[in-house]
Design a protein around this ligand. Structure first.
Ligand code: NZQ
Ligand code: ZN
Length: 388
């Protein structure tokens, strides 16, 4: 196990009615709040009114920025950063899924600099200061509610770039599973595929001797397999929504990745798909995952795949390791495409051959991704081709 620093200073209020603590928490950061949200789901669900009531109770002056897109655009970040500067905002309150929370984090950073926020991505401009961000999560998926990550799209350059900065972690996050009751079957499936992938990106690692976190990850993977279909069939099943919500946070808050150091595989590939085709993140990951697994399976990696098959999908441990590994990949496909009902090819989601080489080259930065199985542009293109 490699050395690491683990620090997750996000205060989490988990459970039904925890929003009643919002007024106390938000007031601690000042008087002027920028309330950010997406395309209106929070108005339909009634969450908007509940949040506004809390802000009134806290005596806050409220400014609003709505319309944050799925795969959030740099234009929204620019608008938010400008508004913060103009109005002297003290704290940002993101109410939504990963897109809203991600964009809000970069508004908070953009508010503290004189340059265009895209420079955080184009030239990795330093992030030395940021306004505080509080989040109210409405979709279990990205883990943005408890990490410093934020992924932003720039349609002009056809880039979608993620960056992690500790200073951007939400100070406080409200995780009420009932706020996800209104999430559609499709978004529940995509969110679950995303959580599943966050764990796989870390689980499939060359490191040995990490039994404690391996067990934790296997248990989370089993739990996603168990609860995602329940949440899809019964949207108001509290237990299912609660498990998925807490898994969303723990899959990617730094805990399972501590002590490991390899790069991720499916995420850099998927970000290129969303950058050009604007597809839902979890859907892109679902299509890629089994193809990436097949690409990685070899005599060298078979042990890890067999362990995954046995401990996550209950494949017979007495099978020869290669057979067990292949069965584990089949069960993964079954889970993603049959149970979750997600499309299983690029063709079905409108991705053709036209940009495969370009996207492959961008995904590995023109070099080799130092992942579980290192991936060159050629490797990535062949994974993409297998998805067509
Ligand atoms: O915009 P609204 O109207 O709110 O509707 C959203 C949106 O259409 C809807 N939705 C959210 N909560 C809902 C709801 N609809 C009904 N009821 C609710 N309670 O769902 C749609 C998708 O929302 P979005 O926020 O885009 O989804 P998600 O949470 O999956 O976020 C995806 C974004 O996060 C990035 C992805 O790349 C993508 O841009 N990621 C962020 C990460 C991070 N910060 O660490 C890591 C991830 O790997 C990921 O890359
Ligand atoms: Zn993801």
């Amino acid at each position: 196990m490699k050395n690491f620093v683990y620090s997750v200073p996000t205060k989490v209020y988990f459970g039904e009615n925890q929003l009643k603590n919002l007024h106390t928490e938000i007031a601690a950061f000042g008087k002027k709040v920028l309330l950010t949200y997406g395309g209106g789901s929070i108005k339909k669900s009634g969450l908007y009114d509940a949040v506004k009531a809390e802000l009134d109770k806290a005596g806050m002056t409220v400014f609003e920025l709505s319309g944050i897109e799925p795969n959030p655009r740099i234009s929204s970040v620019r608008k938010g950063a400008e508004l913060c500067k103009k109005e002297g905002i003290d704290v940002l309150l993101a109410v939504g899924g990963g897109s809203t929370i991600d964009a809000t984090k970069w508004m908070a950073a953009g508010a503290c600099v004189d340059h265009d926020p895209w420079e955080f991505f184009s030239r990795w401009a330093p992030v030395e200061r940021a306004l505080p961000v509080v989040s109210v999560l409405t979709l279990a998926a990205t883990g943005s509610e408890m990490n410093g990550g934020g992924v932003i799209s720039n349609p002009k350059t056809q880039d979608k770039i993620g960056r992690v900065e500790s200073i951007l972690r939400p100070k406080v996050s409200f995780l009420d599973p009932t706020a996800t009751y209104s999430v559609s079957r499709y978004q529940t499936a995509c969110g679950s595929a995303d959580i599943f992938s966050h764990i796989l990106e870390v689980y499939f690692a060359p490191d040995k001797g990490l039994d404690m976190v391996d067990g934790f990850m296997e248990s989370m993977l089993r739990s996603v397999v168990k609860y995602a279909p329940i949440a899809m069939a019964e949207p108001c099943n509290y237990e299912a929504r609660a498990n998925l919500m807490w898994e969303s946070s723990w899959a990617i808050n730094g805990f399972v990745a501590a002590g490991k150091s390899h790069a991720w595989s499916c995420h850099p590939m998927e970000h290129e798909l969303s950058a050009i085709y604007d597809i839902t993140h979890g859907l892109g990951l679902a299509i890629l995952t089994p193809r990436w697994m097949k690409h990685c399976l070899s005599e060298k990696t078979v042990g890890r795949f067999a362990q995954y098959a046995v401990n996550v999908f209950g494949v017979n441990a007495d099978m020869p390791p290669m057979d067990a590994a292949i069965e584990g990949i089949k069960r993964t496909e079954k889970f993603l495409f049959e149970t979750l009902g997600l499309d299983d090819t690029f063709t079905k989601v409108g991705i053709g051959e036209e940009n495969l080489a370009l996207m492959a080259n961008k995904a590995c930065g023109g070099g080799v991704l130092p992942a579980f199985v290192p991936l060159s542009a050629q490797d990535i293109e062949s994974i993409f081709r297998a998805c067509l």
